[in-house]
Write a protein that binds this ligand. Structure first.
Ligand SMILES: NC(=O)C1=CN([C@@H]2O[C@H](COP(=O)(O)OP(=O)(O)OC[C@H]3O[C@@H](n4cnc5c(N)ncnc54)[C@H](OP(=O)(O)O)[C@@H]3O)[C@@H](O)[C@H]2O)C=CC1
Ligand SMILES: O=C(O)C1=N[C@H](C(=O)O)C[C@H](O)C1
Length: 261
């Protein structure tokens, strides 16, 4: 996952100039350390809430990494695209409408790349793929995502994406709705409904980022679980995204697009 990707005509010695948005946050700070330690990258701007966003352009950033907040990320991406800066986006909160909006901005800047990835950890990518493969064999499925108590959004972007992938696989296989005889429930007891898949969100101090996808059919269950125990788990994927995004014009969705899965 760490092999450098080089643009045509670029000297091998020239580092990639990287700016980080959300630089004082949990993820942003980790990204700053990872970029600083990468020999082929130079950390040229660290921007956080209240800082001057234009600083990333003034510092000559070629690639901006965004780990901010769902309420801030769209303005940040639009700002970067307008200024010709490639984006690697890890912030959650992406609906299809938001993705379509980014595609629209990129039509004006066909040379630019934006990567939006719900999760940069390799195990999370694999577990989503495994869930997609398992989906058509099990009539029942539910997702439980577990995160640290400071997380702003629920369900997580990863759970949302996982539910979409499972729902699409079920649809393709011609499966009907998931069996569920509940007729009486307290609000929220059955979790959120994402494309017909129930997603349950747990928030607990001490956790980082975890997800279980539980499948069931006659006489058996299958559980696919992934645990990010430390935010270092996301860094190889973020660095891969930074190296790749300059040579992938348009919107790239998911780290899986850069992997041979
Ligand atoms: N794709 C992936 O693999 C991962 C994605 N994430 C996602 O990344 C996002 C950030 O998570 P996390 O680092 O835990 O959150 P934090 O709250 O720790 O960090 C976010 C940082 O961004 C700052 N910020 C908010 N708005 C802006 C803005 N407009 N411009 C610049 N900085 C801003 C915040 O400042 P202040 O605190 O002052 O508001 C804070 O310092 C979330 O959406 C999370 O779901 C997290 C982990 C992995
Ligand atoms: O906020 C987090 O921590 C995480 N957010 C992402 C998400 O919403 O899926 C990725 C990972 O789960 C950690």
């Amino acid at each position: 996952m760490t092999a450098p990707v080089q643009s045509a005509g670029r000297s091998a010695e020239e580092p990639i100039r990287v700016g980080v948005l959300g630089a004082r946050g949990r993820m942003g700070a980790e990204v700053c350390r990872a970029v600083d330690a990468a020999q082929d990258m130079e950390l040229v701007a660290m921007v956080d809430e209240g800082d001057w966003l234009a600083g990333v352009g003034d510092a000559g950033a070629e690639v901006v990494v965004d780990f901010t907040h769902p309420s801030a990320v769209m303005d940040n991406v639009r700002f970067c695209v307008e200024r010709g800066i490639h984006c690697v986006v890890g912030t959650s909160g992406f609906s299809d409408a938001r993705l379509e909006e980014i595609r629209g901005w990129l039509r004006e800047k066909p040379e630019l790349g934006v990567l939006v990835a719900a999760n940069f950890a390799i195990g999370a990518i694999l577990s989503m793929r495994f869930a997609e493969l398992a989906a058509k064999y099990y009539e029942s499925v539910e997702i439980v995502e577990l995160h640290h108590a400071r997380k702003a959004d629920a369900p997580s972007g990863t759970a949302h994406r996982t539910a979409q992938l499972i729902a699409a696989a079920r649809d393709k296989a011609g499966m009907g709705p998931i069996p569920d005889a509940t007729t009486q429930e307290q609000d929220g007891a059955r979790g959120a409904d994402v494309d017909g898949i129930r997603v349950h969100s747990l928030r607990l101090s001490g956790l980082v980022a975890h997800q279980e996808v539980l499948f069931g059919t006659a006489g058996e269950t299958l559980t696919i679980r992934h645990d990010s125990l430390d935010r270092s788990s996301f860094m190889p994927g973020v660095l891969l995204g930074i190296r790749a995004v300059r040579t992938r014009p348009g919107l790239t969705l998911g780290l899986e697009s850069l992997l041979d899965l």
